[in-house]
Write a protein that binds this ligand. Sequence first.
Ligand code: HEM
Ligand code: HEM
Length: 188
Amino acid sequence: MNNDTLSRLSKTTIRLHWVIAFLMIMLLASGIYMASTETFALYSWHKSFGILVFGIAVIRIAWRIKQGWPKHVGDYSLIERALSKATHWILILGTVAMPISGIVMNAMGGYGVEAFGVELFPTNTGPEGPFDFVAINEPVADFAHAVHSLAGDVLVIAVALHILGALKHHLLDRDATIRRMLGSSTQG
Ligand code: HEM
Ligand code: HEM
């Protein structure tokens, strides 16, 4: 890794971060809202964008494996580094755990899986018509549902912690952590 890599983040890292950050925040908010208010009109959008996140997240994880994690901008305490590392791991794993659990709960629950109108897994309906969804494997669907809800709660906390951490760097440490993720160098 050369000095430039330390002071700047690549365009790929920055673009992938902000696209996924935006979609994840939208999906967490829409998921909690639609599940608690039973707003079924949102479900198909939620599922389609959730599957889109999955595709982008796989590329991002491949990018992380190739590049490693970004180096810290400053000399932070051991606790701070550990907390930030743990949060980054939870966030990045959440970008695949959420879509996978969502897909499994829908596919195994008999609801089928569709992304932007393209059928990826068929519905499984009973004798009472097209909305009589019959589970293919109920225990697996229930387990995936529980994972989706629990991981969703964990992610809301992790995202809040992550944003607070970023703001702490910007407002208290006054370092370049946020500026670097916005595309400027640590010197700039
Ligand atoms: C307004 C919201 C957000 C802000 C201000 C923000 C800010 C930042 C900043 C400044 C960094 C660089 C940290 C460093 O240099 O060590 C970073 C890294 C990271 N952020 Fe965010 N972030 C936000 C939302 C999210 C969300 C929703 C996710 C969920 C997936 C996320 C996942 C990550 C990950 C995994 C990293 C590690 C570096 C990487 O893989 O690109 N961020 N974020
Ligand atoms: C990154 C992607 C995703 C995120 C962050 C996310 C987040 C959430 C959250 C936080 C909830 C509320 C859970 C609750 O309160 O019980 C939820 C509900 C839901 N999600 Fe996702 N989701 C994602 C992807 C998906 C995918 C890919 C599917 C299906 C293909 C899906 C299907 C659903 C369904 C059907 C519900 C409603 C469950 C209910 O009515 O209890 N989600 N999602």
